[in-house]
Design a protein around this ligand. Structure first.
Ligand SMILES: C[S@@+](CC[C@H](N)C(=O)[O-])C[C@H]1O[C@@H](n2cnc3c(N)ncnc32)[C@H](O)[C@@H]1O
Length: 233
């Protein structure tokens, strides 16, 4: 798969730094809170329990990692935007929940092979210039039989949904401006979905990354997809 145009790590990092302050607010607003259900579906797909070692790649402001820790897992959250990691760390600074927040690149994970029982990535893959490299890294750090869960927004594949979705993406910058956000960054959001891989290509990527078995389901028609992969023995 080619390196996606315009996804230089530096640009992506700057963009997420610029929205980190109100990232959660706009996530919930723009998805009408559906993002909370989608993240829960992702976590269920990981099949984790007390003591499971979980890595949340592209953890951002930390919601997936924190929810896994609430289920008793030993969680590491990794991201390459320090401002997002700071937001995540703020959320765990006072409570009983412990997550190990680590700065790192999804394409070169700083962990030994087979270190985790489960690896998750929510809304991260679309921002990575070489998605298959990141998937390969996720599978590498999984122990045999471990589960990888990927939550992502893909470009709609049917004409009617695509039309509706384009309209929705078109009004996002104005909505963001109305609530005092940075509409330029949210224009990127639309473009990153439109230019991302189709769900079939993500599945191909998972298999190329050496997941032994993989599957997917639709969480929101045409747009929100949950992918899973399992590492072979
Ligand atoms: C849309 S946010 C998703 C955050 C979080 N997972 C969530 O559910 O809201 C994407 C995150 O991926 C991070 N990211 C993008 N490319 C990355 C890379 N190559 N390595 C590590 N983090 C990356 C960004 O810094 C950003 O925090």
């Amino acid at each position: 798969m080619p390196v996606s145009e315009g996804k230089s790590p530096e640009k992506i990092r700057r963009m997420f730094s610029s929205v980190s302050g109100r990232y959660d607010f706009f996530n919930h607003l723009l998805s009408a809170n559906l993002d909370r259900f989608w993240r829960r579906a992702l976590i269920n797909e990981l099949r984790i329990g007390r003591g499971s070692r979980v890595l949340d790649v592209c953890c951002g402001s930390g919601d997936v990692a924190i929810a896994c820790a609430r289920r008793g897992a030993e969680v590491t959250g990794l991201d390459f935007t320090q401002a997002m990691l700071d937001k995540a760390a703020e959320k765990t600074s006072r409570g009983k929940i412990h997550v190990c927040w680590i700065w790192g690149d999804a394409c070169a994970l700083p962990f030994a092979d087979c270190s985790f029982d489960a690896v998750s990535m929510a809304f991260g893959l679309r921002n990575i210039a070489r998605p298959v490299d990141a998937l390969r890294e996720c599978v590498r750090v999984l122990q045999p039989g471990g589960r990888l869960g990927i939550l992502e927004l893909c470009p709609p594949q049917t004409g009617m949904i695509h039309g509706l979705y384009r309209r929705y993406l078109g009004v996002i910058p104005a909505a963001v401006r109305m609530f005092g956000g940075r509409c330029r960054a949210y224009r990127y959001l639309g473009a990153s979905i439109e230019t991302f891989l189709s769900p079939d290509k993500v599945m191909e990527g998972l298999l190329q990354a050496r997941a032994l078995r993989a599957g997917r389901r639709v969480l929101f028609p045409g747009v929100a997809h949950l992918f899973w992969g399992e590492k072979g023995g």
